[in-house]
Design a protein around this ligand. Sequence first.
Ligand code: ATP
Ligand code: AMO
Length: 429
Amino acid sequence: MRTQLKDVTKDTERAEVIGWVHEVRDLGGLSFYILRDRTGFLQATVVKKKAPEAVTECARNISRESVVRISGIVKATEKAPGGREIIPETMELISRAETPLPLDVSEKVLAEVDTRIDNRYLDARRPKVGAIFKIRSAVTHALYDLFFSEGFINIHSPKIVAAATEGGTELFPLAYFEKEAFLNQSPQLYKQMMMSAGFEKVFEIGPIFRAEEHNTTRHLNEATSIDVEVSFTDHNGVMDLLERAVVAAYTNVEKLCSDELELFDVDFTVPKSPFPKITYAQAIDIAAVSIDEDIGYGDDLSTAAERAIGEEMGQHYFITDWPTEIKPYYAMPYEDNPEICKAFDMMHPRMELSSGAQRIHQHDLLVEQIINKGLSPESFEFYLKPFKYGMPPHSGWGLGMERLIMTMLDLPNIREAVLFPRDRHRLTP
Ligand code: ATP
Ligand code: AMO
């Protein structure tokens, strides 16, 4: 029976293990093989004079990153990682790795991102890279737990659609028989329609597609969005939910991934709630005195502005009360001041993580806003119809999974938080 490497301890007498050969050190009469599996490392030590001939024969032919099976006696030794080693009685080469390797797995310094992603199957063998995806999995687990424990219904919205949701510029067109179709930019319209259906609380964690023209370190063409929509609550209600989601994600990572976190040079602390809130007007004031660019009320927040405000805030925070003009048509204007709306962004000091809003639920007002944005209500017919037949007040947000992970672990590039990233120059692997 195979034992995982972390379960081989100083007190283990005998074990059978299978792993990748992470390192080979041949000192002539003595050779060391560091085995690796997803749980850790184990040194196998072969003393040529003492080992069975079949073992020395197999050991001689072993290349790094080959898969081997070893059975033997376990001994305590301070000189090996984890304070123990295995002395092989049998050794079998299960799958040989060719040399040279396209990427050095044991190398401490990471190769260029492009080389790494070209060889992702090897790159992900590095404990630090594997750790990112174990942490991402713990975040996903925490979010599903939170949403289910709060009575949310999980939905899956279509990814092939006929209309833009977030504005038409970042759309990927698709050959769809005789019709024009696109990859969906956001579940926005569908999660709202389910409010009309009476589902009350829905969530979806799934792909979104955006034809981002430029390569940046925080944009992907295929990203994962954590989306929620909730009826009978306003923007403040869903901002509270967003805080709970971020705190739950961090808390689960702290609980389950302490070994993984040790691999990162990051000051990991669960964000304190409530997150501070500033209005868009206050955010612009901070940016105006902090950055060289010309920035004023009504402008989008540039990357430099986001950084400057983030530095001032020093933790996760909300920007509320945005000008209606620069937020999407579905954001609800304040009744007493329609120039501003009940939209918010949730920010990490480094960048935006989430956008959300209380939505317009009145059909005629929504049509008016669609027209104000220069869009045509005809192309939104399927979306607008539910607003005529009993649409409850509702609010929601979308939170970028990769940005959440990237900021949590202080990763320099968003591509590190996706197994197989898609950008303008990359469609494989
Ligand atoms: P969202 O689009 O979801 O609101 P975001 O963080 O991408 O989130 P944007 O409003 O698209 O926000 O961009 C904010 C700023 O980031 C822009 O003003 C611009 O400075 C920079 N930026 C956004 N997209 C790009 C891009 N594709 N290339 C270069 N810079 C970009
Ligand atoms: P928005 O367009 O702000 O809002 O997107 C929500 C969040 O999704 C993430 N995100 C991305 N991450 C990586 N690469 C991209 N190209 C990318 N685009 C977006 C960001 C962003 O904050 N429908 C609204 C949400 C809502 O109101 O419910 C929406 O899509 O972290």
